[in-house]
Design a protein around this ligand. Structure first.
Ligand code: F6R
Length: 610
């Protein structure tokens, strides 16, 4: 979603801001802009469309100076136009603001200001903030920002510059991340540490309701009373290496990340499997054994792909730990009032750690007194910091908008957690040892699974222009069917539905015709025969069938039009293996259809608004 990068230092700001914006491109956006200060002059340049448009505009009309702020906007209030792109000025052009988040009471504020004669140049909620700060400005930007924010309801991560305070950037956050970067050439303010790799050596995160001020030589973070806050500096190397956010020879981040999975799965397990006790260990759960034993129910909450991983977790916890699990969309949970008892833990699952609904659901659960844990990829993200304990995925930055490696790392982490809770309850040492053995094989099995790529490419060419696709699986593979359909929709714009295979008789089977292929997830397992019957039902109605199945499965091959064999693993690990050909299928179909895989239309990597 929207991204912010600001710089104040010894060198020209424009190239740094443009490079920072490029690194934030993956979050999804539809316009971008910069404002750069040179002495007491602020020069603004902004453009709808890709950052390439802004780069061209800046080449033709440069914005010199060593202090500036910039933004990628994902339209919420008003269409993606030059006028709606950030930054926004106040009436006098004294103050310029970029903003992530949503000002919920902007209509009321705007109306009051319009009645007092203020003219607005955009449809955005952000412009209200610029005018408010402008009104409060006397001789101190930080105080003006603080005073303006007191009127605002909603969420924000903002960066502000002022013509009368050259070299100064003020930032503030409430519900939308901001991080200060400290580097040899100056100071940075960004919404995502990814933008700072190679520039900053250390970072420091702002917490909600904090406000910061930076110039070329110094930085400070203050609380609501404007007292200085001591905030821990962290080495940026802890978060990512420069190469992590680059393509390293792959045509797209999505493909790079699909191929990283043998390694990312190994990273999720590194140091966590304990052969002696036949269990898993997690350093960050922050719960003692008594608390852990008292947990008798898990409420998982997440959005999108992470929600599908939560559904896999539900099957895993039921089978391996015999624990009841409920999985709830975070956007629903946050407004529900479910009767959760004291022995329920709330587990938020999130790649970015910044998804607005997941963060809100976590906060609401905490407020109600529940123990909250998180499975999260981005170190230092809001959810990672606010959950009482949790497990990092260590999957490295996921830049492709379509989540791939995070899903498999989340699934393997949930398998380890289920093993851990299972061993505290009914799983025997021998059963634990067997599960560990299977987990250890996974990176190699996934490497072998990736060899299906050429086969998947052929299948993609054959079906890329289908009118719609069904993804069907049962039990552990039902969430994978949902995930396969989501992947295809989001990057190829081909309509797809995921269903529990037997459920399609209750309606969706009406869609089946020669133009509507069904992808059956049918490796050998408990429900194999049942899924085969469901496949017969589709074939009987003339629907083409693509089957992801066990190696050399003649029964499947005799019925399906196309098969994608994947290595055999126990059913509780099938979601990981089976999701890989589905990721590749979505990728290859998107390519045939000429779609921009890493920047799908309308989507954002990190959904920081409700
Ligand atoms: C789909 C996708 C999204 C995210 C969802 C949650 O490919 O990426 O559905 O899974 O927005 O994001 P996180 O996991 O960052 O909370």
């Amino acid at each position: 979603m929207c991204g912010i990068i600001g710089f104040t230092g010894q060198t020209e700001a424009a190239p740094i801001l443009l490079e920072g914006l490029r690194r934030l491109e993956y979050r999804g956006y539809d316009s971008s802009g910069v404002v750069i200060g040179n002495g007491t002059k602020l020069t603004m340049r902004k453009k709808a469309g890709r950052i390439a448009e802004l780069t061209k505009h800046l080449a033709a009309s440069p914005a010199p100076g060593t202090c500036g702020i910039s933004h990628t906007r994902w339209a919420t209030h008003g269409p993606a136009t030059d006028a709606n792109a950030h930054p926004h000025f106040d009436t006098d052009g004294n103050v310029a603001v970029v903003h992530n988040g949503v000002i919920e009471n902007y209509m009321a504020l705007k109306q009051t200001m319009q009645e007092a004669g203020t003219e607005f140049r955009s449809d955005t909620d952000t412009e209200v903030l610029a005018h408010l700060i402008g009104r409060y400005y006397q001789d101190d930007l930080l105080s003006a920002v603080k005073a303006a924010l007191a009127h605002v309801k909603g969420t924000y991560g903002i960066a502000v510059v002022c013509r009368r305070e050259p070299g100064v950037i003020v930032g503030a956050r409430l519900g939308s991340p901001l991080v200060i970067g400290i580097g040899p050439d100056g100071h940075y303010l960004a919404s995502d540490a990814n933008a700072l790799a190679g520039y900053a050596t250390q970072v420091v995160y702002l917490n909600d309701r904090q406000i910061c001020q930076l110039d070329a030589e110094s930085w400070v973070i203050r609380n609501q009373d404007l007292d200085t806050v001591d905030s821990p500096l962290q080495d940026i190397g802890q978060f990512l290496g420069i190469g992590d956010a680059e393509l390293n020879g792959y045509p797209h981040f999505m493909l790079k990340e699909i191929y990283e999975q043998p390694e990312t799965i190994a990273n999720a397990m590194r140091g966590r499997l304990d052969d002696g006790d036949a269990t898993a260990h997690f350093g960050g759960l922050n719960l003692d054994i008594k608390q852990l034993r008292s947990i008798d129910r898990v409420l998982m909450t997440a959005c999108g792909t992470s929600y599908h991983a939560g559904m896999v977790g539900e099957y895993l916890f039921e089978e391996l730990a015999r624990m009841p699990v409920e999985v709830e969309y975070a956007s629903e949970l946050r407004y529900r009032n479910p009767p959760i008892d004291r022995h329920t833990i709330v587990l938020a699952i999130t790649q970015s750690g910044e998804t607005a609904d997941t963060l809100a659901a976590l906060r609401e659960s905490k407020r109600m007194g529940h123990t909250t844990l998180a499975i999260c990829n981005v170190v230092g993200s809001s959810i990672a910091r606010e959950a009482e304990g949790g497990v990092y995925l260590h999957a490295g930055p996921e830049i492709g908008v379509a989540s791939t490696k995070a899903f498999t790392s989340q699934s393997v982490t949930l398998a380890m957690l289920a093993l851990y809770f299972g061993r505290m309850r009914h799983l025997s040492h021998a059963q634990g040892t067997e599960i560990i053995r299977e987990l250890r094989r996974l990176p190699e099995v996934v490497r072998e699974t990736l060899r299906c790529h050429d086969r998947v490419k052929e299948i993609a060419r054959k079906y890329a222009h289908a009118s719609s696709m069904l993804f069907l699986g049962r039990q552990y593979l039902y969430p994978v069917a949902l995930e396969g359909a989501l992947k295809l929709k989001e990057i190829s714009y081909l309509h797809a539905e995921g269903y529990p295979a037997a459920e399609m008789k209750h309606g969706p089977i009406a869609l089946v015709d020669a133009d509507t292929p069904s992808v059956f997830l049918v490796p050998r397992g408990n429900v194999f025969d049942k899924v085969m019957s469901n496949m017969q039902e589709i074939k009987a109605r003339g629907g083409p069938v693509i089957a992801v199945c066990s190696p050399n499965d003649r029964d499947v091959a005799s019925l399906a039009d196309d098969v994608i064999p994947v290595p055999d693993v126990p059913e509780y690990l099938q979601p990981i293996v089976v999701s890989i050909p589905l990721q590749l299928l979505a990728y290859e179909i998107a390519l045939v259809r000429g779609c921009d895989v890493d920047k799908p239309r309308n989507l954002a990597k990190s959904v920081t608004v409700e």
